[in-house]
Design a binder for this molecule. Structure first.
Ligand SMILES: [Fe+2]
Length: 527
């Protein structure tokens, strides 16, 4: 019997939040939607409002620069401007700028050309296609940095209507979206005392804050420790658990599953309907909850399939052997960027997977041996994966070749030194391209890393069986397999989800459930 603590998988729906060493049971099916509406006074009227965007997070509320076919702001998907707590109180053209005063007490100076370029009303963007009308581009209508607003008016919904000095088509903006962008793109003009409508918001509580590390922008930060539940085996681990049907039934629960995945490093999906014959159950879940599975050019199916094969050459197909903990590579066309999420579905039989929190190990290494941490964060580790050879034992047809070569540091940091990503897979490591004097130090650090990620102190065993899915954060959580613990009939299917797909789906769900729009999140002008 292993001395490692096991992750028990018996409870059907109860959902413990995965905080290392703690377990707070909750029931996913009862997970309440975030409730950000509240009554606020706006003039003499009382209207329902959504929580305002955080000042520094720069998440734009829904319907940014919404469309308006007749010059008036069009209704938003679920929150029309007429119910917005924000309104434009006053606006006026000033040279090549437009000064706008909002009902929250803030005033900003916008470049007239920025407004003209950003306008997405029906005169400028085809709403249902989400495409700009090219004939209305500023560059095609004689607009440049000398552009001036002719008039500024406030419409009945509190939105801004601007006419221009060089053509007849006006531009309309909702106050709420314009105010959200103001923190990023405009210059504060004056600050009147707030009228009590929009209290400053705690950035940590913003419903989209957890997504900021996954924007894909070059300066995207790593996940802050405050949003990570580090895990290690010696503390005992209970990953968040979700009932399969409950997740699919509710957008807020899908979003909660995605958020928990990033916070906890892994989630478990229980009560997956039996399906031994094809991968439709897996794909339906991934498409609806995670944004869709990545397509591999080597085969027709998006998912991989692993069944036990006697005498297999590839360790992936021989569950009698121990599979070292690793992160998975990813494939083009996303530049070989490691997939953000991995999912596996036990269709048949049982087995034991291992998970290690790469962020926890990296932080431990940083604390214990800063020089080793520096080595692994500075120099690349050569890896080559041949996607055909490494699958020679598969039962799936492979009809194209693909070989991915990488030389990325095992520990990858953001600009501030926070751990952003772990990238390591021993079986695909190739001769190191390290300078003569660096090699001994790097190799000592690497040896320490490999030892740590297989230390029972960190390595968690997860017993899996048919009817369960295991989803994990591939930029953080290393996965492997305990040798000799799989049933003879184990049939495992799975695949990867790109950052792009995950982020896109999360943004969609955030807009649907929380009324926020993430379009300007992560820009490097935010602070
Ligand atoms: Fe793997």
């Amino acid at each position: 019997m292993s001395s490692l603590a096991r992750v028990a998988l018996a409870a059907p729906v109860a959902v413990p939040r995965a905080r290392a060493g703690r377990c707070c049971p909750r029931r996913i099916s009862a997970a309440p939607k975030r409730q950000h509406r509240r009554d606020v006074a706006l003039g003499s009227a009382t209207v329902a409002s959504r929580r305002p965007a955080a000042r520094r997070l720069l998440v734009v509320p829904a319907a940014v620069l919404d469309a308006a076919a007749d010059g008036a702001p069009a209704p938003l998907k679920d929150d029309a401007p007429s119910t917005s707590p924000l309104a434009v109180l006053d606006a006026e053209p000033v040279d090549t700028f437009v000064d706008v005063a909002f009902s929250d007490g803030a005033s900003f100076r916008f470049h007239a050309l920025w407004l003209r370029d950003a306008c997405a009303d029906a005169n400028h963007v085809v709403a249902d296609a989400g495409e700009r009308i090219l004939s209305m581009l500023p560059v095609n209508t004689g607009c440049d940095e000398t552009l001036r607003a002719a008039t500024c008016d406030v419409d009945d919904a509190g939105g801004l209507v601007v006419t221009w000095d060089n053509h007849e088509t006006p531009s309309t903006f909702s106050a709420r979206s314009l105010r959200a962008y103001a923190d990023v793109v405009a210059a504060p003009v004056a600050k009147r005392p707030a009228e009590g409508i929009l209290a400053p918001e705690d950035e940590n509580e913003h419903p989209a804050a957890w997504l900021e590390p996954f924007t894909g922008y070059p300066d995207a930060p790593g996940q802050p420790p405050s949003r990570i539940d580090y895990f290690k085996n010696e503390d005992g681990v209970s990953f968040p658990r979700y009932d399969h049907d409950a997740v699919l039934a509710d957008p807020a629960t899908k979003l909660a599953a995605m958020r928990d995945l990033m916070r906890a490093g892994a989630i478990i999906v229980d009560d997956v309907p039996e399906n031994e014959k094809d991968s439709t159950t897996l794909h339906a879940f991934v498409d609806d909850v995670l944004g869709g599975m990545q397509k591999d050019p080597c085969r027709d199916e998006r998912n991989w399939k692993i069944v036990k094969k006697r005498g297999a050459s590839s360790i992936s197909y021989d569950p009698e052997k121990r599979l070292n903990n690793h992160t998975d590579q990813s494939v083009p066309p996303w530049g070989g960027v490691p997939a953000l999420v991995l999912i596996m579905h036990y269709q048949k039989g049982s087995g034991c997977n291992t998970l290690v929190d790469g962020f926890a190990v990296a932080e431990a290494l940083r604390a214990e041996d800063p020089d080793a941490f520096e080595m692994l964060a500075t120099y690349g580790s050569n890896q080559t994966r041949d996607f055909v050879s490494s699958r020679k034992d598969t039962t799936q047809a492979l009809d194209a070749s693909l070989c991915v070569h990488k030389r990325e540091p095992i520990i990858q940091l953001d600009d501030a030194g926070a751990v952003r990503r772990i990238q390591y897979n021993e079986v695909f490591r190739t001769p190191l391209e390290l300078p003569f004097d660096v090699f001994p130090r790097w190799y000592a650090a690497y040896t320490k890393w490999v030892t740590m990620i297989h230390d029972p102190k960190y390595e968690v065993e997860v017993d899996m069986r048919a009817g369960k899915m295991l989803v994990f954060h591939n930029w953080r959580t290393l996965h492997g397999r305990a040798g000799g613990r799989a049933s003879a009939d184990r049939t495992l299917i799975g695949g990867t989800v790109t950052r792009e797909a995950f982020f896109s789906r999360a943004a969609e769900l955030l807009e649907e459930t929380e009324g926020v729009d993430v379009r300007v999140m992560g820009t490097n002008v935010k602070h």
